[in-house]
Design a protein around this ligand. Structure first.
Ligand code: PEP
Length: 243
């Protein structure tokens, strides 16, 4: 049986108090039959969670340690305390921009799960790897090395070259990658690997969402730019609910 779809928005370093109205509009428009979360900057999490009780608010990163002298970082239990229920780990903007290794991503996932957060773990290849024909082996190895011992809530396949560019892989390439990742999840978790949701991320828009959700083993999406407004995000959520 197909997994229930999850559509998660990643607001990146956007959003202030003025954005709460948009978050309320998004939460109010979510149809039944699909799970939705918005992953926000730490500064907005608690305000948003109070404004839309029952709607899932998440974070975009977490530190791997429970507490300590880590200036500027946020611990998993602090995110939970702020009412986050999800957290993204291993986004390529963290892996590349902050030199996060697979080992660190795995440790972050373990810490997040320990605090009761649902983990969306990101993997994805560079354009060079895609063009060299080794995307599947590179992303599979990245996943194997980043997965924590307990099943994550979702894995997001995000080709780095598709993030914020308007370009997406062919539907065949998405299907091939998701099938490979599913087999890695089953190798890691046994039957529980079947229910880890596999999200596609990278330039998902209202215009391409339905065809992406039609690909086998695509259990939802991680959406950046198009998650910032109800006008763009809700049609994507509706496409997931209808697929
Ligand atoms: C992302 O940041 O995870 C992302 C997928 O961005 P976009 O949808 O803008 O490509």
């Amino acid at each position: 049986m197909a997994n229930r779809k999850l559509v998660a928005g990643n607001w990146k370093m956007h959003g202030t108090a003025e954005s709460i109205g948009e978050i309320v509009r998004i939460a109010a428009g979510v149809p039944t039959g699909v799970d939705v979360a918005l992953c926000l900057s730490a500064t907005l999490i608690e305000r948003a969670a109070r404004a839309v009780p029952g709607f899932a608010i998440g974070a975009q990163d977490v530190h791997s340690m429970e507490r300590g002298a880590f200036t500027g970082d946020v611990a998993a239990h602090q995110l939970h305390d702020a009412r986050a229920s999800f957290v993204i780990v291993g986004h390529s903007e963290r892996r590349d921009g902050h030199r996060e290794s697979d080992t660190q991503v795995r440790a972050k996932a373990v810490a997040a799960q320990g605090a009761g957060l649902k983990v969306i773990l990101c993997v994805g290849e560079s354009l060079e790897a895609r063009e060299a024909g080794c995307a599947i082996s590179i992303v599979s190895a990245q996943l194997d090395a980043s997965l924590p011992p307990s099943p994550v809530e979702a894995v997001a396949y995000e080709p780095i070259w598709a993030i914020g560019t308007g370009r997406i892989p062919s539907l065949e390439d998405i299907g091939e990658m998701h099938a490979a990742l599913r087999s890695r999840l089953i190798a890691a978790y046994g039957a529980a690997g079947n229910v880890v949701r596999l999200l596609y991320g990278g330039s998902v828009k209202p215009s391409n969402a339905a065809e992406i959700f039609g690909v086998a083993d695509v259990d939802g999406a991680l959406v950046g730019g198009a998650s910032m407004t109800a006008a763009d995000f809700l049609p994507i959520v509706e496409a997931a609910a209808e697929s």
